[in-house]
Design a protein around this ligand. Structure first.
Ligand code: MGD
Ligand code: MGD
Ligand code: SF4
Ligand code: MO
Length: 663
């Protein structure tokens, strides 16, 4: 049998963006391997990656466009043709337009399902339409990004592979053994040279297990721990470059006014651990801080990020000895840059709504209420922090369309559901938000059933609109996926290398060159010129919590958020039906493995089966994202001020109690 090989790129919202080699026989995707030419993942994939044939041929894949029959959410569907689907969309869009001579009441919300460049197709489609409503910001990592930009002007940049050169690697709130598995290679390379890995996390994670030193911190108290370390460093005279930094003295003054006993109590850290961390930051070699996303899922997330970052800035003149890893600032924004160059700018009358408050803002519009909503690359009824508001919005909005690979919790409430292709069935282009590799994705197989890519869908709707009302859409509907890719590559080639072409990428991914960035450092609170950023976090008293437990629901190995339900079960990984509790909690509440509990707070309740896990601290309930009864039912948006500072969500600030209901 003849086997054909193509290069694909994993489009999931994952640090790696692995390039992969697909093996296709008789039009069937038989096997997927890692691409040895992808210099970051170096020929390896995670288990989800190797499992892609199962994902592609899953019987859960949507096959045809379907429209709702009966009540919303009743689960009854009627198969329709694409032509009918496009006509329905075009009619709804034009009806909305005709009511106010504008598309302002039309909204779309797309996020992280597929992070390839071509998955901005809907951004393109709507930008060409004119005024409309769209979601903006970054609910995932926006807080830390903004915090670092406030403090440093731009996010520090160090190549992912260079982590191998550290003497100490201190990971604050990231779990790369689960979320960024290829990075572990570079960490272990450093350890082989004698480096030490220190992990700071409330949970004894897989990464903590691989570490030389694990420091258990109380959830949400990283800013306090970093303040304690800084205090030690000031006392022992290990702080450098004092006078150079705007607001340094403010920071130190604020630090003096905070009780260290109070901070110690908050963090739950031993003296020994504190001394050890202060000694690490005082070390004259290369001390790497990795600021993960765990500690920014709190309302004090920005302060935690700035405070941890301050330790690196203030302990060494030579910044190459204090690398701070957060994300790849060169390429994280590349999508926006490309959109700015290739698409018309968002029109003045368009409404941009923060992802964080999307449902609420749309519900509150006093004029031009949303009457058409398109959700794609997103599953808000599982993943958002405001499920109740989302449910309300979905109930109220006159027309909801969802494009996805599967009938998700969100799609189940739509009026129209459109099946999209997997990345093996379309072209795309990818750059990672962590490493510097650019790679191509070519179709390996034909689109399954009647699925279409986001680009093809954008073209189809535009054509249908123009058939009904010639000239109403100026979207360049004749452009193919390859045409768009050529344009994007030409942009990169201009800045990177003439040798960069589609054909060169067919031979393997290319490492993009970083460009220089400015260094400007300020420790001043972005909202108050005369205060350091310590101000918010420490000088306000925190009310006593109503519920005993923190809800932690970080990422899990075999899933990307609500995506993937593989047949392989990893021993020890929580299922969506379970809650992980500590041995201490089990004792206090007389709970046993397998007991059924209800977990509740004033936002909602979920049912779970108890699993006693040593790794969990006493004040934490550990849960997985996704599933039939999502943990997000218990999560409420804590971010009252609709400010840019707090783009990320405060998932882990939420608390709950539990009650036994069956055994
Ligand atoms: N409780 C809790 N909730 C969380 C988090 C947490 O830590 N705890 N983490 C948050 C974080 S960090 C993130 S990034 C968000 C992620 O939130 P979402 O972006 O909503 O993530 P997914 O669940 O992956 O949903 C993406 C959807 O896109 C679909 N999709 C995949 N490929 C394509 C495509 O090519 N086209 C289209 N149209 N659709 C596609 C998938 O099938 C899936 O249904 O979740 C957040 N939610
Ligand atoms: N397998 C897999 N990989 C993924 C994803 C996935 O869903 N599955 N999602 C991708 C996405 S969108 C993202 S955003 C990244 C996120 O990847 P990471 O940066 O690893 O972030 P999280 O998994 O959200 O949380 C990391 C750790 O923070 C810890 N933590 C919680 N609260 C605190 C705290 O107060 N202080 C400290 N120090 N630690 C705390 C959690 O226990 C957890 O172990 O992963 C990406 N990679
Ligand atoms: S999920 Fe991440 S690690 Fe796994 S194949 Fe995709 S990009 Fe690579
Ligand atoms: Mo994320």
């Amino acid at each position: 049998m003849h086997t054909r090989y193509t290069r694909n790129t994993c489009p999931r919202n994952c640090y790696s963006s692995c390039s992969m080699i697909s093996h296709v026989s008789d039009g069937v995707l038989e096997k997927v391997n890692g691409d040895p030419k992808h210099g970051f993942s170096r020929g390896k994939l995670c288990a989800k990656g190797y499992g892609y044939p199962e994902f592609v041929y899953s019987d859960k894949r949507l096959k045809y466009p379907v429209k709702r029959k009966g009540e919303r959410g009743a689960g009854k569907w009627e198969r329709i043709s694409w032509q009918e689907a496009f006509e329905m969309l075009a009619t709804e869009l034009i009806n909305s337009f005709d009511q106010r001579n504008s598309f302002r009441s039309v909204a779309y919300n797309s996020f992280s399902g597929n992070i390839g460049f071509l998955h901005h197709a809907m951004t393109g489609f709507f930008s060409y339409l004119g005024d409309h409503t769209y979601a903006q910001g970054n609910p995932c990592l926006g807080t830390g990004k903004k915090a670092l930009e406030d403090q440093r002007y731009s996010i520090p940049f160090y190549e992912a592979e260079e982590m191998a050169k550290g003497d100490y690697i201190i990971i604050w709130g990231s779990n790369p053994a689960v979320t960024n598995i290829h990075q572990m290679k570079y960490i272990h390379a450093a350890r082989d040279r004698g480096a030490e890995l220190i992990v700071i996390d409330p949970v004894y994670t897989q990464t903590a297990k691989a570490a030389d030193i694990y420091i258990q911190i109380r959830a949400g108290s990283d800013a306090s721990l970093a303040a304690l370390i800084l205090n030690e460093l000031v006392q022992s005279d290990h702080v450098v470059r004092r006078s150079e930094h705007h607001g340094f003295q403010l920071l130190i003054n604020d630090l003096k006014s905070v009780s260290t006993d109070k901070l110690k109590e908050e963090t739950g850290i031993s003296e020994e651990a504190l001394t050890l961390l202060a000694d690490c930051y005082a070390f004259r070699g290369t001390v790497i801080s990795w600021i993960g996303f765990g500690m920014q899922r709190y309302s004090n997330g920005a302060d935690s990020v700035r405070m941890i970052d301050a330790l690196s800035i203030l302990t060494e003149q030579d910044s190459s000895k204090r690398p701070v890893y957060y994300l790849n600032p060169m390429f994280f924004d590349l999508h926006d840059q490309v959109n700015q160059k290739l698409l018309p700018p968002k029109s003045n009358g368009s409404r941009s709504v923060s992802y964080n408050h999307f449902a609420k803002t749309c519900l509150d519009f006093s004029s031009d209420p949303v009457d058409f909503l398109w959700i794609l690359n997103r599953n808000p009824l599982s993943q958002d922090e405001s499920l109740n508001e989302w449910k309300q919005l979905i109930k109220n909005v006159p027309f909801l369309v969802v494009s996805d690979l599967r009938m998700t919790k969100t799609a189940a409430y739509a009026d129209l559901v459109l099946p999209v292709t997997s990345h093996f069935e379309q072209y795309d282009l990818h750059v990672s938000y962590w490493n510097s590799w650019l790679s191509l994705n070519e179709p390996a197989i034909k689109p399954l059933f009647e699925s279409k890519s986001d680009v093809m869908i954008a073209s189809g709707v535009s054509k249908a609109m123009n058939r009904i009302r010639p000239g109403i859409s100026s979207y360049p509907e004749e452009q193919s996926e390859l045409d768009w890719i050529r344009k994007i590559i030409r942009l990169f080639a201009r800045e990177q290398s003439d040798l960069l072409t589609i054909d060169s990428l067919r031979f393997g991914p290319m490492k993009l060159q970083a460009y220089p960035h400015t260094a400007f450092i300020s420790f001043v609170h972005p909202d108050y010129e005369d205060k350091s950023f310590l101000f918010d976090s420490f000088l306000t008293d925190k009310p006593k919590p109503m519920y005993e437990f923190r809800l932690l629901s970080a990422q899990s190995l075999m899933h990307i958020h609500s995506q993937f339900e593989t047949k392989i079960q990893v021993p020890g990984e929580l299922t969506t039906d379970q809650v992980g509790i500590s041995e201490g909690t089990a004792k206090t509440y007389h709970l046993r493995d397998g007991d059924r509990v209800i977990i509740f707070n004033d936002t909602g309740e979920v049912k779970r089966e108890v699993r006693i896990i040593k790794a969990v601290p006493n004040d934490v309930l550990l849960m997985r994202q996704g599933g039939a009864d999502p943990v997000n039912r218990l999560i409420k948006n804590k971010n009252e001020k609709n400010s840019d500072d707090h783009q990320s969500t405060s998932f882990f600030d939420n608390r709950a109690s539990l009650i036994l209901v069956g055994r």
